[in-house]
Structures are given as C-alpha cells and as structure tokens.
Design a protein around this ligand. Sequence first.
Ligand SMILES: *Cc1c(COP(=O)(O)O)cnc(C)c1O
Length: 397
Amino acid sequence: MSAAPLMPVYSPAPADFVQGRGVEVFSADGKRYLDFIAGIATNSLGHCHPKLVAALTEQANKIWHMSNMYQTELQRSLAQKYTEASFADVVFFANSGTEAIEACLKLTRKYHSSKGNPERIDILGFEGAFHGRSYGAINAAANPNYLNGFGPPLPGYRQLPFGDHDALKAAIGPTTAGIIIEPVQGEGGVRAVPTECLKGLRELCDKEGILLIFDEVQSGAGRTGKLFAHEWAGITPDVMAVAKGMGGGFPMGACLATAEAASGMVRGVHGSTFGGNPLAMAVGHATFDEISKPEFLEHVRDVANHLHQALAGLKDRYPELVQDVRGKGLLCGLKLTMDPLKVRQLCFERGMLVGTAGQNVLRLAPPLIITPEHVSEAITILDAALAAARDEMKAAA
Ligand SMILES: *Cc1c(COP(=O)(O)O)cnc(C)c1O
C-alpha cells in the first residue's frame, strides 16, 4: 500500500475491511475474518445488526443534526433509560470516550468549587490506566508514552500503584477532588479490579467527601455480563464515563452522574456541538434496548463463562506461553510470556481479529452476540496460532 496522507499515528494491519455481518468481517480481497475485537469492544451487537441499521437509516431520513440549541426528544428519552437503569440522575452526551472522561473530570472539579472548595482539584488515578487522549485524559492516566512531548504534565493529577490501598490512603488530602478508575482495566492489561477494592474505594470516597469516578468506556454496555461492570461489586460511583459499546459502532459517549455530583454543572459551564446528535441517539436507543434485556445479559454471562473455560484449556495446553486468563465477561484475554503482537499476527493470518493490551496480554473483546460456535472457532484458531508461536520459539532457541 502506498503511503496515504494520513498522520502516521496508527499502525494498521494490511487489510481494508469493506463489509461486516454479525461476528464476521470481509476484506477488500474477499477474505473472511472472525472478529474477536469488535472495533475495540465497540461493535457490541456485531456488524450491521438489523435493528441498528434500521434505526440509523430511519433517523437519517428524518433529521440529522440540530445542536444543543434545540431540544431532542430522543436525547431526553435515552437519558431517561440510562438513569432508570443505573445509579445516575443525569446524563451528558458526548461523542467519544475521551469526551465523556473530560466531562467527568470537569464535573468533579466543578462540584468542589461550587461547594466553596476550589482548592480541591486533585484527581487520583492508577498506573496502567487508560482514559483517552485529551490533555485531561492523558494526565489522568499519565502513561509516559502518551504524555511525553506534550508539554509539562498538568497540575492536579496523581497516579498510584494498582492495588496499593495504603499508598492511596496516604495520597488523599485536603486538595483531593476525586478518584478515577476502570473497574476492569482495558488497555493496561485487561485486569479486573477485585470487588473488595471497589468497595474500599467507595467507603474511602464517602469518608473523605470526594467523588468516585468510574471509567466504564470499555467495560460498560453489557460487556461483562452486567450493564455496567461495577454492578458486580454491588457499589456505585458518583460519576461514570461510558462510550465504545453504547453506540454499537456509531460514535457516542456519555457522562452519567448523581444529581449531587453534577450540582455544579449548570447552564453554560460545559457543552458540545455534536453531543446527543439525533443519529447517535437513534442508534443509542436501539443498542440500549438490546443490551439491557435481562436475557441478553444472561447470554453474555453464559457465553463468557464458556469462553473463559476454553481459554483456561489453552493455558493448560501451552503453559510455556500462556500465564493466565484475565478479565471479566467478554472483556478478557490471555497473559502471555511473549509479545502478544506476534500471536495477534498469527491469528490474523488464520482469519481472526484479536487485540493486545499492556503486560503482554492478548485481548479479546468480541461482539456480545457471539455463540458457542464462534467460541469454538476462535479457540481452534488461537490453538493453531499458539502452536505456531511455540514452534517458532523452539526453532529460534
Ligand atoms: C477507549 C477508552 C477511552 C477513550 O475512548 P475514545 O472513544 O477512544 O476517546 C477511555 N477510557 C477507556 C477505559 C477506554 O477503553
């Protein structure tokens, strides 16, 4: 492929995908792939789900965009659905995960300043986190690969070691505003935060009067078999970002919050031209209506259990390559003893798309509609890819 005039910030695989159907995608040269990454946990209902196609095309024939200068019934009713299904009282619609995070961060500082505590600006995050690519998001996660070269780190952001309660307690002080965490860390290595830790965070935030922010951009939208991953822990945040899977592939995000946490978000303090756009709202409704069904979430839990068991089988067969099965629900992966990019490539050659994450993790985030047959096919390909990786490793030794 000749170099296109695109900023070379990505390293895409050498295939142009032109068609998708359910869990399958097809490249321009007609090759079929099993999609076990779903546009990074985004095509929650697979490709071209009939209900999403219908919702989008129907809306495309009505009205596309008005901006937030005018009301949209679709926006009000989708916010209603999300608040009825969650801890939240209010919703701010954005266009991406990063924007949803940005709204959470701004809301958190605004909350304290509107209560007369403008000095409370510090957001505590965790090493290995990923919250997006805006200045706020890269400072909240502080991955040096994403921060370096973009000027001095912003004041008011601190990172703590993953799972170190004492360090966290010691870090909280009179200028702390909030704690931000992914209930299941995605990019950082598909690590589920233990239930006790999430409960401990809730208690700590209540005691200190600081806001608990959950980044469920990747783990929400039914991905773990609950509408939101934090439901497994039986606690709720004050503020939450969702995006990726909530639009089934249409760009959208949202910041959800309690009325109390959002009390500083009054007229004029925040906004978006596109956020809550009718096209996104129409698809957002259709996606929500599917993924929020109890029987759909039960399907996700069942098929995820099946997948986790099958992955454990791979761990037994390739102990020298697979250290662990990671994650929760259909946000899962294999922690490898080698660079997962190699295994991703071997899967690609065998007609399957997978992702990678930090800590040598091969990441799987298939559409939530996968069946046991898709799991079997995926395991067969992974098995062959791991066998090939092992053979290459032996040959090189
Ligand atoms: C992808 C992701 C983001 C950023 O979302 P974008 O839509 O890429 O801006 C933020 N947080 C988490 C946990 C993510 O996985």
